[in-house]
Structure formats: C-alpha cells, structure tokens
Design a protein around this ligand. Structure first.
Ligand code: PLP
Ligand code: COI
Length: 337
C-alpha cells in the first residue's frame, strides 16, 4: 500500500502511476494503451485549447469491506460523454471501450484505491479533446481520449457537513447552450463567480435559470436538491443543467428506498421557505448538505448551519452504502473491477 493519509485527502491532483490513452486519427480510434506519462504533447493549433472543443467526465471507484472494488454507473458516464462529444462535434467513445478503459486504469493503479472505511475514493477523470493542426473554427481532425485517476476525499469542506452557498448574478450556461453537456467552457464561465463566492466564504455559487433568473438551476460543480416540508424530494428540471448521474440515482432512491415522492420540478428562489432540507449532489460532491443560501440581502437557512437533516442523512447512507457495497444496489448500478 502506498503511504497516503487517506482520511486527510481533499480534492486535489495526485499523480498515480498509469493513465489510459487512445488517439483518433484518419477516422478511427487506435487500440488504446496504458501509459506512465502524465503530460500530453499537443499541436499549438489544437481546437481544444482555442475553441474549447473538449469534454470530460468524473466517476469514482470504491473499495468494499471485502477488499473488492466497485465502480458506480460507468455506463451512464459513457453515455453522457457521447452526448457531450456529439454537441461539440467530436467522435464517440463506445460504452464498452469506455468501461474497459476505466477498469484498466483502476486495476493498474489499484494500490491508490483508498481502503474501506476511510471515506476516500479513487476519482477517475476521462477527458476527450480535439487536437492537431487547425486554426479556423471547425472540428479537429484528430482526438485524444485519456483517463487518469487519483485518490480523493471530500470536495466541499467537511464532506457530510452543512456549508453555505450564494446565488450568483452570472450565468454558467445559456438557455440553448451547452449547460447539459460536460464541456470545459461551462466551467471556464464559472471560475469568476466561483472565486467571488469563495472570497465571501461561501462553498460555491447557486446559478439561476439563465432565461428568467427565478429558478434554481444548479451549483457550479454539482446539482441541487431540496426536501419540502411535505417530504417531497425535488430537484430542478432544466435543459441547461448537467444531467447528474447522482441526481438521477437520488431520485430513484428517494422514491424506492425512502418512500418519498420524488420529482424534477421548479425550485423558485423566492420560495426556499418551502424546503426543510437542501443539498448539492454530484460525483465529487457526493451529497453536500446546504446550510443556508445567500440571495442578495436575504440569507435562508434550511435545516441548520451546523447539523445535517434526517432525510439528507438517510439519502447519504443509502447512496454511499450502495457505492461501497454495504447496501444492495439497484440492478446494473455497480460494476466490479
Ligand atoms: N453539475 C455540474 C456542473 C457538475 O460539474 C457535476 C459533476 O459532475 C454535476 C452536476 C453532478 O453530476 P454527476 O452526479 O454525474 O457527477
Ligand atoms: C464531478 O463531480 O465529477 C465533477 O466533475 C465536479 C467538478 C470537479 C467539476
């Protein structure tokens, strides 16, 4: 085992020994291989670095009590990468190739999969970029698909502990833009608002719908959910937010395991008082309880700024229990390495 203080990990880059690399040239992917080089050498004209022709993914591998390794819903990440690739005119990586590459990377870096019980996980970052000689605004003729990984701890400070968020005046995506795809441009647009939020000691921004600025869209790095006073799990429905795999998993678990009504619907920023609990959810964020939301001069506290609400706690236990293999998973959610 490598010498890492697993419990102290945050969400930072750590070099692990192996990454997967595949190149698309002359209309097809090569057979792909593992490599130790953590630098990409690309042409200065590459559309990825000029025009943002790229997409990425995020998924995790989990060490179970018996030492085996679970991967959570990698088929969904593969499908979302295909949707992102299509939107910015890149070639598709087939689901079977994607899952095989994920497994290869986890296996090759197995000693970096954190031990069960530490709360840490192995985060995988698949990345697809348009490369090669180009200068006009047009799709690349060559592409690189890579997956690298690193052990991580909580994305937001404290993990399952409430933190506060602030409503942003900026938009991260346009109504008919690329908000539903995991492309870098959305994240470039979120850097300034994110920095302003951090400067005011908030964990991140809450973005409102770009057309009317009345409904919650999502967090800069995760989706949003709330539990109403009537015990309904609500998460925003919008064409400009990322279709979060965690969010869809929670919709299912809230309904089928917790017995709640669970819907995708509108969360009006003026009606936060309808919600007794709220949280951010995503692969990196897992479930991060939201203590309060600052909206202009108003600060609305949900359950508590210090304690985690009971429904959020139950959802967290169910989701992470499935991911770490302690709770039976719905069919098809877990892939064993
Ligand atoms: N929304 C944004 C903007 C994200 O970056 C992420 C992270 O992937 C999510 C939502 C959550 O998506 P998922 O649950 O698939 O990780
Ligand atoms: C993820 O949860 O996988 C993300 O991509 C969020 C963030 C690190 C951008």
């Amino acid at each position: 085992m490598v010498d890492i203080k697993w419990e102290e990990l945050g969400f930072n880059y750590i070099k692990t020994p192996y990454r997967y690399l595949s190149v698309w040239k002359d209309g097809k992917w090569d057979s792909g291989k593992l490599t130790e080089d953590n630098f990409l050498k690309i042409h200065e004209g590459s559309p990825a670095i000029h025009y943002g022709q790229q997409a990425f993914e995020g998924l995790k591998a989990y060490r179970c009590k018996d030492g085996s390794i679970n991967i959570f819903r990698p088929d969904e990440n593969a499908k979302r990468l295909q949707s992102s690739a299509d939107r910015v005119r890149m070639p598709q990586v087939e689901t079977a190739v994607f899952i095989d590459a994920v497994k290869q990377v986890v296996k090759a870096n197995e000693e970096y999969v954190p031990p069960y019980g530490t709360g840490a996980t192995l985060y995988l970052r698949p990345l697809l970029i348009g490369v090669g000689e180009n200068i006009g605004v047009s799709p690349a003729k060559e592409y690189i698909f890579t997956i690298f990984c690193m052990p991580v701890g909580p994305y937001f400070k404290g993990g399952l502990a409430p933190t506060n968020f602030v409503v942003s005046d900026y938009d991260r995506a346009a109504p008919n833009g690329t908000g539903a795809q995991k492309v870098g441009g959305n994240y470039a647009a979120s850097l300034l608002p994110g920095e302003e939020a951090h400067g005011k000691k908030f964990s991140d921004c809450i973005y409102l719908d770009p057309a009317t600025h009345q409904k919650i869209e999502e967090v800069g790095s995760a989706n949003f959910f709330g539990i109403t006073k009537e015990n309904v799990f609500v998460t925003p429905k919008s064409p400009s937010i990322l279709p979060s795999i965690t969010k869809y998993s929670l919709l299912y678990l809230a309904e089928h395991r917790l017995g709640l009504k669970a819907i995708e619907g509108d969360v009006l920023i003026t009606e936060l008082a309808n919600f007794k609990e709220a949280g951010a959810c995503g692969t990196a964020a897992v479930i991060s309880p939201i203590g309060g939301i600052q909206n202009g001069d108003d600060f609305h506290v949900f359950y508590s700024e210090k304690e985690v609400g009971p429904v959020t706690t139950q959802l967290y236990k169910e989701l992470t229990g499935i991911q770490f293999g302690d709770v039976e998973a719905p069919t098809g959610w877990i892939y064993k390495v």
